[in-house]
Structures are given as C-alpha cells and as structure tokens.
Design a binder for this molecule. Structure first.
Ligand code: S3P
Length: 198
C-alpha cells in the first residue's frame, strides 16, 4: 500500500472509531423487552447491580404515576389507554440518566416505542420456551392479558404473534431457559460490548 493510501485508510479507521464511541455513549439505556415471565425484572435488578445503574421498571412507574394497579388501568380504561401511557413514559426516557429499563411485555409492539428504544439505547430481547414462560407466570393474577387465557397454547400463540415486533426491536436475543440470572446478565454485557460498534 502506498503512503498516501495508508494515511487515508488510517483516517478512515479513526473516523469509524470516533463514530462508534459517540454512538456507544448516545445509546445509553439498556432496554429489556420480551414476553411476560421472560425474566425482565429479575435480570434488570442483576444488571443494575453489575453496572451500578438504576432500574426503570415501566409497569411500576406507570402504576405510581397513575396511582392505580396495571390490572385496574386495563379494567377501567382499556388496553389502548395503557399502551399510550407506555409510549408517554418512553418519550421521557431520554431525559433520565443511563438506566436498565425493564419494559412491559407489550411495550415493543408499537413502532414508535421501538424507535425510541433504538435511539436511546440497546434493546435486549429475553425469551424462553412457551412452557418455561407458563411455569413462571401460571399463578400470577396481575397480568390482565393472561388472566382469562392461562395456558401454554395461548402463550405460544401470542408469543408467535408478537415475535416479529420483538425481533424488530431487538439488537440481540438472549434465551433464558435453564440459565441463572448471573449467566444471563453476563451474556447481555458481553453482547453489548461486542455490539458497541453498531
Ligand atoms: C403486558 C405485560 C405486563 C404489563 C401488562 C401488559 C403485555 O408486563 O405491562 O400487564 O401486554 O405483555 P410484564 O411483561 O412485566 O409482565
């Protein structure tokens, strides 16, 4: 390679690196998305511990702001209203210091929400087999979407329906079946490190 070419190649590499670093800083939050029972809250707590960040638990925030339980918001105002609360919350997320955001299971369904996640950080899809999900959520009465539909078949069907949106939102996917929480968070941190040039 000629001197001139080497110089411009070096400049190109440096430019790329700077772009990457700026991007890494900008994309600051870590969004955990995925089906109910995928382990978002548990993994968020572990990631927060490891990264010294706070957790933004979307459902809890919404409950606090509305002074109502999620199931009551669904019952009193319907799902569409709840979805608009999720979007409203995500619209303010850029103002918060770098956090681990544990998203409600349906938050990645709206394109505008996915766009916000993409701009504001990394998005990690936590997933598991429908059977595993069922075992984790079967005794829960706090999830209006599953209240009348607590079965592996329904979970499988809804997961399948949601899969394209989850995958569209995700920078990467982490399977959680048979893994413990520290293995999962380690995997996430490694992926983010490896993906920080994206
Ligand atoms: C929902 C998931 C719930 C909660 C609401 C709706 C969904 O959050 O936001 O009940 O549509 O998947 P979790 O995924 O934390 O259970």
């Amino acid at each position: 390679m000629k001197n001139e070419e080497m110089k411009s190649e070096k400049q190109r590499i440096n430019k790329e690196r700077t772009k990457r670093q700026v991007k890494t800083v900008e994309r600051k939050h870590i969004f955990l998305i995925g089906f109910m029972g995928a382990g978002k809250s548990t993994v968020a707590a572990e990631l927060a511990r490891q990264t010294q960040r706070t957790v933004i638990e979307m459902d809890a925030r919404i409950e606090r702001e509305e002074q109502k339980k999620i199931s009551d918001i669904f019952a009193d105002f319907g799902e569409a209203y709840f979805r608009s609360l999720e979007t409203k919350l995500l619209e303010t997320i850029g103002e918060e210091p770098a956090a681990i955001v544990s998203c409600g299971g349906g938050a990645a369904m709206r394109e505008e929400n996915r766009d916000i996640m993409h701009v504001e950080g990394y998005t990690v899809l936590l997933t598991a087999k429908p059977n595993t999900i069922y075992e984790r959520v079967r005794f829960s009465t706090e999830r209006p979407i599953l209240n009348q539909n607590m079965s592996v078949e329904y979970i499988q069907e809804l997961m399948e329906k949601r899969r394209p949106a989850y995958e569209a939102a995700a920078d990467f996917i982490v399977w959680t079946d048979g893994k413990n929480v520290s293995q999962i968070s380690q995997e996430i941190l490694e992926q983010i490190e490896g993906n920080s040039g994206r």
